[in-house]
Ligand binder design. Structure first.
Ligand SMILES: O=c1ccn([C@@H]2O[C@H](COP(=O)(O)O)[C@@H](O)[C@H]2O)c(=O)[nH]1
Length: 287
């Protein structure tokens, strides 16, 4: 199993190393590519595959050399069927080599099926391969094993849902008090990242920018995870860069803030999108 350095199958550096370098060079911002029907309409685009394509490639043109990563929301491509997924393939290919990609697919299933999801999102040669993918551990962290192994093999990464940004998440993730579900996920990611050397492992967590005092309440040590923390919830869901710094404290250097609608609403002009992304990025740097 590849423990450190370039992934043997590809010669590619680990995802954690590549993301750490991108965050150091560009700052801790991920821009979500979420082609919601209402945004397409506001941009003067049709809610079809052509609109989706124009929207996505415009966002990529605007932020592809500015953000550390982009995060296409898979559901918003899926709702257009095979034509939408073809657009997603094109977007992932266009981003390759320009900006790291996080496919927000939230996949999770029993092991044998998980292997197929891993194959789709993490294997070199797959039309949908992204630098990383979001995973749901609801079937048990260990059920994600095929994705964890394939990601390590190909120098790709995963972000496992731990404390999501939506208010309903607490009803499952906080259960157990001192031995909460979120804590189990966090500890499993910590163990997983021991296989990687360097400051950041390739097994990240999703922890919402909106979770307030939950990290302290549940006594979660995100620094110990030594993995990237993808933090959605900025802007449209109400969290500010200052909330992010307050919430994550000592783990803040691991945090990749992600914002979609708040930035995308500034389109369709490239300049407007870049200004909005820079505003968020400056907030994340200064907060
Ligand atoms: O806990 C989570 C996990 C994922 N998301 C995703 O992030 C974006 C947020 O979009 P905004 O427009 O910035 O609110 C979206 O794709 C969600 O599915 C999340 O919000 N919370």
């Amino acid at each position: 199993m590849p423990e450190s350095g370039p992934a043997p199958s590809t010669g590619r550096e680990s995802f954690g190393s590549r993301l750490g370098a991108a965050m150091a060079a560009r700052g801790p911002l991920c821009v979500g590519i979420d082609p919601h029907p209402a945004l397409l309409k506001n941009w003067g685009l049709d809610d079809d595959a052509a609109g989706l394509r124009r929207f996505s490639l415009t966002v990529l043109e605007a932020v592809g050399s500015l953000a550390a990563a982009v995060k296409p929301q898979v559901a918003l491509y899926e709702r257009h069927g095979s034509a939408g997924m073809a657009v997603l393939e094109e977007v992932l290919a266009a981003a390759d080599g320009q900006v790291l990609t996080i496919a927000d697919a939230k996949r999770g299933d029993i092991g044998s099926t998980m292997a197929a999801y891993a194959d789709a999102w993490l294997r070199d040669g797959s039309a949908l391969a992204a630098d990383s993918v979001t995973l749901s551990p609801y079937l048990g962290f260990e059920s994600l094993r095929p994705a964890l192994e394939l990601a390590a093999q190909y120098g790709r990464g995963v972000f496992v849902l731990a404390l999501t940004s939506n208010p309903e998440g607490a009803s499952v993730q906080h259960v157990g008090g001192a031995d909460s579900v979120a804590r189990r996920i966090t500890e499993a990611a910590t163990a997983e990242n021991r296989r990687f050397t360097g400051p950041l492992g390739s097994v990240g967590l999703v922890v919402g920018a909106t979770v307030g005092t939950a990290l302290a309440d549940l006594r979660l040590d995100l620094e110990a995870v030594r993995g990237p923390i993808l933090a959605p919830g900025l802007g449209a869901q109400g969290a500010t860069p200052a909330d992010l710094r307050r919430t994550f404290g000592a783990a803040y250097p691991q945090v990749l803030g992600t914002s979609s609608r708040d930035i995308l609403a500034a389109g369709p002009g490239i300049q407007g999108l870049q200004d909005a992304a820079r505003r968020t990025l400056n907030g994340l740097r200064e907060s």
